[in-house]
Design a protein around this ligand. Structure first.
Ligand code: SAM
Length: 286
């Protein structure tokens, strides 16, 4: 009997492994290597260049927290830009808001979308079912550089790590282009990496200081996801106008009646209360 494991090195001497019951596919695209696996505990999951992207069992934590936090703050999101997010999980959550009129999803690699439609319909099924979703297969940096001033109410950066094709999404130019593409009351949410292991914390701080130099309001919030390095992950909340706590509207959000597995309005404010070591890092650097 074969004993097949997926292992990811979270540091040089720490690794995380999942027992694989079946490898579903492995494909090298012009941009990256994509692998899909099946497992007992996390269901179907996929990796890009050997790094965990999405598992069927814990994707709800990531997709709830990237989406519902800004929607509970901004009272009228109509136009949304998703950068990356080819698995469709973020688009699925955005599509739950009837007030949203138009969603542009820009992923550099069409194969991520097509393979997720085949193997991970839980996240990808919405992509060709909801007519508000418009898919574009190109570099997010280029796309947002061409956007009109104030075109979007919300930009969600659902990217890979800042290596390979994702690198350009962690630059000053990218964040400045996002600022330009956002309306005067627009919000940017950025996949902000983990504060725990130094290599990830370093990238988090680099991204955060660039966002802080671009947007008048730049905050950080946290959530827990077992399959990402250390399990402790962050998003950046940046905006021209709204403060994520002062302008938070729990009653308005609760009145929508959305059932969510991770996000709730009690947790919203708490997510911005960071552990002391993370606060210190954000204030004083590494
Ligand atoms: N939640 C995941 C995580 O943090 O690990 C991210 C998931 S999503 C699959 C990331 C997507 O970003 C991938 O599909 C990848 O193709 C896309 N991507 C990477 N670089 C990009 C770029 N420059 N422009 C647009 N999409 C990009």
């Amino acid at each position: 009997m074969t004993d097949l494991w997926y292992s990811e090195y979270h540091t040089d001497d720490v690794r995380f492994s999942i027992k694989v019951t079946k490898q579903l596919c492995s494909e090298q695209t012009p941009f990256q290597k994509i692998d899909f696996f099946e497992s007992e505990t996390f269901g179907t999951f996929f990796t890009i260049d050997g790094l965990m992207m999405v598992t069927q069992k814990d994707e709800f934590a990531y997709h709830d927290m990237i989406t519902h936090v800004p929607f509970a703050v901004h009272p009228a999101v109509k136009r949304v830009l998703i950068i990356g997010g080819g698995d469709g999980g973020t688009a699925r959550e955005v599509c739950r808001y009837p007030g949203v009129k138009h969603i542009d999803l820009v992923d550099i690699d069409e194969r991520v979308v097509r393979l997720c439609q085949q193997y991970l319909p839980q996240t990808a099924a919405v992509l060709d079912k909801d007519p508000r979703v418009h898919m574009h297969f190109e570099d997010g940096l280029q796309f947002v550089g061409r956007a009109q001033e104030g075109e979007y109410d919300l930009v969600l950066v659902d990217s890979t790590d800042p290596v390979g094709p994702g690198e350009g999404l962690f630059t000053n130019t990218f964040y400045q282009n996002c600022y330009h593409a956002l309306a005067d009351d627009g919000i940017l949410i950025n996949q902000h990496e983990s504060p725990y292991y130094p290599a990830y914390a370093h990238e988090m701080l680099r991204a955060h200081s660039k966002i802080k130099n671009t947007f008048p309001i730049a905050r950080v919030y946290q959530f827990y996801i077992p399959t990402y390095p250390s399990g402790h992950w962050l998003f950046g909340f940046a905006s021209k106008k709204y403060d994520p706590i002062v302008d938070f509207q729990p009653d308005r959000w609760n009145a929508l009646g959305l059932k969510t597995k991770y996000y709730n309005t009690d947790l919203h404010t708490a997510a911005f209360a960071l552990p002391s070591y993370v606060r210190e890092m954000l204030e004083h650097g590494e």
